[in-house]
Design a protein around this ligand. Sequence first.
Ligand SMILES: C[S@@+](CC[C@H](N)C(=O)[O-])C[C@H]1O[C@@H](n2cnc3c(N)ncnc32)[C@H](O)[C@@H]1O
Length: 204
Amino acid sequence: MGFYQRHVIPCLTHLAMSQSQLLPFRQHVVGAAEGRVLEIGVGSGLNFPHYGTAVGSVIGLEPSAELLRMARTRARTAAVPVTLLDASAEAIPLDSSSMDTIVTTWTLCTIPNASRALAEMRRVLRPGGALLFVEHGRAPEAGVARWQDRLDPLWSSFAGGCHLNRKMDDLVTGTGFRIEALQNSRLPGPRTHTYLYEGRARPV
Ligand SMILES: C[S@@+](CC[C@H](N)C(=O)[O-])C[C@H]1O[C@@H](n2cnc3c(N)ncnc32)[C@H](O)[C@@H]1O
């Protein structure tokens, strides 16, 4: 892995993810977590302050050493106990049915094999547990989606593997989850980058 991937991408990720317009989504999604929580791709730990009193503990999984270093600092001041795990969501080193809630915020776009990762999330989630997510992805307008497909290879190599054109609801339901609540919205900004999928799903 080169200097750009190892050092520049984590700093850009932290800057991009610190936007204040993302805060209400973090509060809403993360605030609904309960019990033993696994957060996938914690990045620099920006979700930690939003876990509420219903949360017993958080395991934060993250494969980037530099982002883990940033997350470690935030974990120290979190109101809930946070353990960090250096791993990929495509092979989660946790027991089956061991988690009450899984949280993913703007991460399914970047995981190389998102279906494999979701199958792993389903495995570690207990029956009746919740997958809480907010992600950007494929826009419903055919013209915008075409641009997302065109830009995707270039964007992905510049933005640390982030994909613009994943249809998040189909990914989730295609891996053994039933979506219980889904809200789509748009952030201000380029239409190729700002279509959001926020929701809650449970293992079928
Ligand atoms: C756009 S950032 C979002 C970070 C964080 N979830 C947030 O909301 O600030 C995407 C994250 O996905 C992580 N990621 C990439 N590949 C991954 C994988 N295979 N398993 C888990 N996380 C991964 C990246 O390292 C990065 O932290």
